[in-house]
Design a protein around this ligand. Sequence first.
Ligand code: B1M
Length: 212
Amino acid sequence: MSAEILKTIQENLMKGKANDVKALCEEAVKQNIPVEQILNEGLIAGMAVIGEKFKNNQVYVPEVLIAARAMNSGMTILKPLLASANVKARGRIVIGTVKGDLHDIGKNLVKMMLEGAGFEIIDLGVNVDAEKFVATAREKNPDIIAMSALLTTTMGAMKQTIDAIKSAGLTVKTIVGGAPLTQSFANEINADGYAPDAASAVDVANRIMAAA
Ligand code: B1M
C-alpha cells in the first residue's frame, strides 16, 4: 500500500503535477508513512529519475523546472514535519553565481536538483564575491560551496573564491560548474569537484559527502 502511493508520487512529480503531488503527500502522511520515507522514496526518487533523464537529454529544462515545482509543492507538506521529526538534510550547501556574472538559470537548476536530492541549500544569488562566500561559510558552516559561472571573464572569480576560502583557513569543499568550464580548469583552480550539468552536481555532492 505504502509502496503504491510513493510510486504514484514519483510518477506525478515527473509529470510536474504539483497539486496532485501535494495532495498525495498529504494522503501519504495520513497513511502514517514516515515522512522521511515519503521524501526519499517519493519526491527525491522522482527527482533522481528526472535528473538522469536530463543528463541523457531525454528531458529538457522546462520539464526539470515543472518537476522541481511539483517537488516544492510536496515539500510544503513535508518540510514542517521533517523539522519536527528532526530529520537531517544530506548536507548543507552554499550556492551562488560568482562575481561579475548575472546568469542564474543554470545555477537555479543545480539548486533545485540538489534540493531534490535532500540537501539544505543557502542561495546567495548572483554576482557573489569571494568575501561574501567566505563570510557565509563562516556563519553557516556549510559542507560545500557551489559556484556557477557562464562567462569566460568570470571564471577567474572562482579561483579568487577558492583562494580566499583557503586563506581564511576554512575546510569547506568546493564544486564548480557552468558552460565554459572544464574538468581541467577545475583541477587548475583546486576545486574539489566539477559537474558539467545539474544532475551531475548531485553525484559530485554525494561523492564529497560520502568521502567526508
Ligand atoms: Co548571457 N551569455 N550574457 N545572458 N547568455 C551567454 C552565456 C553566452 C554564451 C552567449 C553567447 O555569446 N553565445 C555569452 C558568454 C560568452 C562567454 O563568455 N563564453 C554571454 C554573454 C557574452 C553575456 C553578456 C556579456 C552580454 C552583454 O551584455 N554583452 C551579458 C553578461 C551579463 C553578466 O552576467 N554580467 C549577458 C547577459 C545575459 C542575460 C541577462 C540577458 C541572460 C541571463 C538571464 C539569467 O540567467 N537570469 C543571458 C542568457 C540567458 C544567456 C544564454 C542565452 C543562456 C544561458 C542559460 O541560461 N542557459 C547564453 C547562451 C547559451 O547558453 N546559449 C548566454 C541555460 C542553462 C540551463 O544552462 O547556464 O549552461 P547553463 O547551466 C547548465 C550547465 O552549465 C551546468 O548545469 C546547468 C544545467 O545543466 N551548470 C552547473 C551551471 N552552473 C553550474 C554549477 C555547478 C554545476 C553545473 O556546480 C556548482
